[in-house]
Design a protein around this ligand. Structure first.
Ligand code: URA
Length: 231
């Protein structure tokens, strides 16, 4: 990681404060003074700022119950950012592992560990996400088979990966996917002549929602590790 990022992650400093201290010669890496904030460093390096050794904070792993009319982005747009619910430090360092649309509710995983979130989002990991879907029209009998075989979405070359459809009632289903293309659930139902009117993510891997709307909690060690053993 870059030296300025390391300094930020291990102190309360902002990026510009960290850069300024590095450029002014306050930081050494393995005994050598480094003035370039872009220098690549490793967590095991001995990095000293004004005489104190820096250690990065542990990664953070969070589950949140996303309300409707919030967006999975670090900045507010038409709707407020989901991050407004996180009353913790350095929220800007966090990102969402598998975004949801503004009108979608449910389970969202948030972290600052890029490798961990890659494991959740890449189809190579076979990390399953389950959505409860409300539909405009009664579900046709052939749809489960079509989704299992994979369907062609508009603008895509490849078929969708096999997905599991369980019928809850005429107009409500559970859909389990191992990938997360843009608006995938809505586009899949549109491709079979239906329309999604409500969408709620209930589960990712082994994690299910056990918190109220707008609330969050840190994941347990076992929950964090459950994604590391995927592949
Ligand atoms: N698929 C969608 O269409 N929207 C979501 O928010 C998530 C999956």
């Amino acid at each position: 990681m870059r030296l300025d990022k390391f300094v930020c992650k291990s102190t309360e400093l902002t990026k510009s404060e960290a850069t300024s201290l590095i450029n002014k010669g306050h930081v050494s890496v393995n005994g050598a003074l480094i003035l370039n904030e872009k220098e690549q460093v490793h967590e095991n390096n001995t990095i000293i700022l004004n005489g104190s050794r820096l250690k990065t904070r542990d990664f953070r792993y969070i589950v949140m119950h996303k309300p409707a009319d919030t967006i999975c982005s670090n900045v507010d747009e038409y709707y407020p950012s989901l991050f407004q619910y996180l009353d913790i430090e350095k929220v800007s360092e966090l990102h969402i592992a598998g975004r949801l649309d503004a009108d979608t509710t449910g389970l969202v995983l948030i972290t600052d560990d890029g490798r961990w979130s890659y494991n959740i989002t890449t189809p190579l990991s076979h990390c399953y996400k389950t959505y409860r879907v409300g539909l405009s029209y009664a579900i046709r009998e052939d749809v489960a088979c079509k989704f299992k075989q994979g369907i062609k979405l508009q603008g895509e070359d490849k078929l969708t990966l096999p997905a599991l459809l369980e019928v809850v009632s005429e107009k409500e289903v559970l859909l389990t996917l191992s990938e997360g293309k843009y608006h995938q659930v809505k586009r899949m139902f549109s491709a079979v002549g239906n329309r999604v009117i409500s969408l709620h993510r209930e589960q990712i891997g082994e994690i299910t929602l056990d918190i109220e709307v707008g609330k969050w909690r840190y994941l347990t060690d076992a929950e964090i590790k459950s994604f590391k053993k995927l592949n």
